[in-house]
Ligand binder design. Structure first.
Ligand code: COI
Length: 354
């Protein structure tokens, strides 16, 4: 059992796992026996404890509910054939968590609270890690402001928590995507690069409207010209055009620096593709499709991993793809999953052993 100084652990008497099957489990619906909770008060993190998963009691004036100082992360844990437990690139998520915190004027989390707390919690609930392909234990660290006051200002108090959810695939099949030109996910100077709760709330109307038209998600375009592509739903996006891979550059500050995006770039390069991080104009995507060079489009994300796009619609122009014949995205997904499921050596040093 892993131990960490300063973290108080209170265990459940009976695991809920006895009455739940981890076969074919949906994404994010079930939670493990324990959770981590810590409070930021008087300028420091305190009361760090792991305890039975339970509801929170919050004052109705809790600041986060009103003004949205709330951020989160998504990380996955796996186990190998011998029962060893690994998290995929958790330090990258830790660093991004603090980047989000800084943007939202929230306190930073010390590395030992985040990493040791997460290690201890995952170790305690490791029996909840599903063994099937495309399944894992989804780790959700999050922080929100807890001042009981409805004046608009950065809170003095915050809660940091981690919950765990045994989980199956986020999207089960290739997706149909609508290129969004009316609503925006992120604007220059905004919070697009932060994993802030409000980014997700603000995306729901556009997604609902796309769903009414029969699409699964939207491809976000920039907020100024609605020409430069940004992300697909909650994922980063890649295009295979000719023998090169293209993905939107991060410099605009409107795009989340995905850990899976970064892993995909590394593996695509290993596969021999040149990867270009650029501003990508939707007109260039259309032109590539018209000239027969747009071979594949896919999303990358922690929850969804690699998600194939079978249709992309821009205004009335519809691009359909025969995903069964694709070479790049399926190979990328296989290489990534083989590393995460410990089927091949961890040549990039991405697996963090608990
Ligand atoms: C993730 O991939 O972890 C995400 O952030 C998507 C999530 C909102 C389900």
């Amino acid at each position: 059992m892993v131990t960490a100084p300063g973290i108080n652990v209170q265990k459940v008497e009976t695991s809920k796992l006895q009455s739940l099957s981890l076969e074919n489990i949906p994404f994010g619906k079930y939670f493990t026996d324990h959770m981590l909770e810590a409070d930021f008060e008087d300028g420091e993190w305190k009361n760090i404890e792991i305890k039975p998963y339970q509801p929170l009691l919050l004052d109705p004036s809790t600041a986060a509910i009103h003004y949205g100082q709330a951020i989160f992360e998504g990380i996955k844990a796996y186990k190998d054939g011998e029962g060893n437990v690994f998290m995929f690139r958790p330090l990258d998520n830790y660093k991004r968590f603090n980047i989000s915190a800084a943007r939202m004027q929230m306190p930073l989390i010390p590395e030992d609270v985040f990493m040791e707390g997460m290690r201890l919690l995952v170790d305690l609930d490791k029996n909840w890690i599903p063994g099937q392909d495309d399944h894992s234990l989804y780790i959700r660290p999050f922080m929100f402001s807890t001042d009981s006051v409805i004046g608009v200002k950065p809170s003095d108090k915050y809660k940091f928590m981690i919950i765990l959810s045994p989980t199956g695939p986020y999207y089960n099949k290739p997706m149909r995507i609508y290129v969004e030109e009316k609503y925006s996910r992120a604007a220059p100077g905004g919070i697009g690069y932060a994993k802030a709760a409000g980014n997700y709330g603000a995306s729901m109307l556009a997604t609902a409207e796309a769903k009414k038209l029969g699409y699964d998600q939207v491809l976000w375009t920039d907020a100024v010209d609605h020409k430069y592509v940004q992300e697909i739903g909650t994922m980063n996006v890649f295009f295979i055009i000719g023998n090169k891979a293209y993905t939107p550059e991060l410099l605009s500050g409107a795009i989340l620096a995905g850990v899976t995006r970064d892993s995909a770039i590394t593996i695509l390069q290993e596969m021999g593709l040149e990867v270009l991080e650029e501003r990508i104009n939707i007109d260039d995507i259309i032109n590539a499709h018209r000239s027969g060079l747009l071979y594949e489009v896919f999303g990358t994300g922690t929850a969804a991993t690699i998600s194939l796009i079978r249709e992309l619609r821009y205004k009335d122009y519809i691009m359909e793809f025969a995903v069964e014949s694709w070479k790049v995205a399926p190979e990328l997904k296989k290489r990534l999953n083989d590393i995460r499921n410990c089927k091949v050596p961890d040549r990039f040093n991405w697996m963090y052993k608990i």
